[in-house]
Ligand binder design. Structure first.
Ligand code: MG
Length: 312
């Protein structure tokens, strides 16, 4: 069984042995290599149904028929033909990585004191940011946002230490859009690339083979809480993977947890974005984010200014 958490090395042996077993019987590193990947000793996914409320207006949860990381949950269908989108950063975006060390130093910091910033690698196809030495977080905090990122699992990944090219985009450091080499490696339905990890499989699997650049375009609406911590509105996420819609305005059940399903807990309206290091050297390029809170506030101020003049 796989273990997929922020603790990278715990079950390497288990995975390596499983992979080696696949090789021993002539099974390629394909969907049949890990036929039983997943867990059944986990809680059931608790889907938050925003349309059903109790008398106090609290949205109700509905027990999903699937365990968190359920091996029997149907995998999303593979869809070929998507390709990495590479839009340049719009003028109102915060550039988080443009190929320069300066952009890394100005936009990011290590997630923990003893860790270091990820390194920039210069290769034949340009400069890339390579994950390593723990997670990194943005220096600035964000709420509602549009986020673009391109990532690549190296084609020459050391498959004897196979971990699946695991990384992840943790929106507000809390809600993970998974990064994973799920073109050739089977994983439970709520674990491949572009899954809301542990909650929602992508609608389809648009993952390209390792060695290809891939893109995520993410539109995120942050959850809202009242002053007492009551959830007023959940987080909502739309994800395009290689130009293919795979999460469409999906309300999230709560924070990302490995093998568990936790409810929302009040947090600040704006928090840093986090990129995950899971023991695999995943590469990144062209990362930017648009602060939709700031843009909406500017528009609201412009409208208020016009209305104030109208009253005079
Ligand atoms: Mg991950």
């Amino acid at each position: 069984m796989f273990r997929l958490t922020s603790t990278p090395f715990t079950s390497i042996c288990t995975r390596t042995c499983a992979f080696a077993l696949g090789l021993a019987v002539g099974v390629p590193a394909s969907l049949s290599a890990f036929p039983d990947t997943g867990y059944t000793d986990t809680p059931y996914v608790k889907d938050l149904n925003w349309n059903i409320r109790d008398n106090n207006g609290v949205p109700q949860t509905q027990k999903s028929p699937w365990h968190v990381h359920d091996p029997k949950r149907p995998r999303p269908a593979k869809v070929a033909g998507g390709s990495c989108l590479t839009p340049p950063a719009p003028a109102d975006a915060d550039v988080l990585f443009d190929g320069t060390e300066a952009s890394v130093k100005s936009a990011w910091k290590p997630n923990a004191p003893k860790q270091t910033l990820w390194k920039v690698k210069r290769g034949a196809d340009g400069a890339t940011l390579v994950s390593g030495s723990g997670d990194i977080v943005t220096q600035k905090s964000y709420g509602d946002a549009q986020f673009h990122i391109e990532w690549r699992v190296p084609a020459d990944i050391d498959r004897s230490k196979w971990q699946g090219g695991n990384s992840g985009v943790f929106l507000q450091g809390t809600y993970e859009v998974q990064i994973y080499e799920s073109h050739s490696v089977d994983i439970y339905a709520d674990g491949p690339a572009a899954s809301i990890y542990g909650q929602f499989p992508p609608q389809v699997n648009a993952t390209l083979p390792a060695g290809n650049w891939q893109s995520y375009d993410i539109i995120f609406t942050a959850p809202r809480f009242d002053e007492k911590g009551k959830l007023l509105s959940p987080a909502w996420v739309t994800v395009l993977h290689n130009g293919v819609v795979v999460q469409a305005n999906q309300p999230l059940n709560g924070p990302t947890r490995w093998r568990n399903a936790n409810p929302y807990k009040k947090h600040p309206q704006r928090l840093p974005l986090r990129l995950q290091y899971h023991g695999d050297a995943v590469e990144f390029r062209n990362i930017w984010i648009r602060d939709l809170d700031k843009i909406k506030a500017a528009n609201a101020q412009a409208e208020a200014d016009v209305l104030a003049k109208r009253k005079k």
